[in-house]
Ligand binder design. Structure first.
Ligand code: 5GP
Ligand code: ZN
Length: 119
């Protein structure tokens, strides 16, 4: 069924606790944890507990959970005190854009100067 856990998905395993992560926030629908290979002083991944391959697919299927994800991204920024200085929410979508884990995740990046346009 759509949204069900996938046996071969790393982030489903983090949701279930099978793979450990440094969790910083949890809600009934989302989980936020620190990226294992941080690209900025704050680099947190916010994911839905349900499995969809990317942000657009999640938004089409469960728009309420997509909204939860964005709200949580902002809460992470406030928690790490990067909300005033500015932060970036990134959804890499597709292998050509650098997506490597095909379970929706928002990168929340901040705590340093951020270039525009991104690479
Ligand atoms: P993507 O490249 O799909 O946009 O982002 C995947 C992110 O997941 C990368 O930034 C990568 O560092 C992170 N990542 C990959 N494996 C793990 C892991 O086992 N634990 C954590 N916390 N992050 C991971
Ligand atoms: Zn998954």
């Amino acid at each position: 069924m759509a949204g069900e856990p996938q046996a071969d998905c790393l982030f489903c395993k983090i949701v279930s606790g099978e793979v450990p992560a440094t969790v910083v926030r949890e809600t009934p629908t989302t989980l936020a944890f620190r990226d294992i290979n941080p690209q900025a002083p704050t680099h947190v991944l916010v994911i839905p507990k349900v499995h969809y391959p990317d942000a657009a697919t999640l938004a089409g299927a469960e728009p309420g959970v997509a909204a939860d994800l964005l709200r949580e991204a902002a809460e992470v920024a406030a928690m790490d005190k990067i909300d005033a200085s500015g932060f970036r929410i990134v959804f890499n979508t597709g292998a050509g854009a650098g997506q490597t884990v095909f379970h929706t995740h928002a990168h929340v990046l901040g705590g340093r100067g951020l270039q525009w346009p991104p690479g």
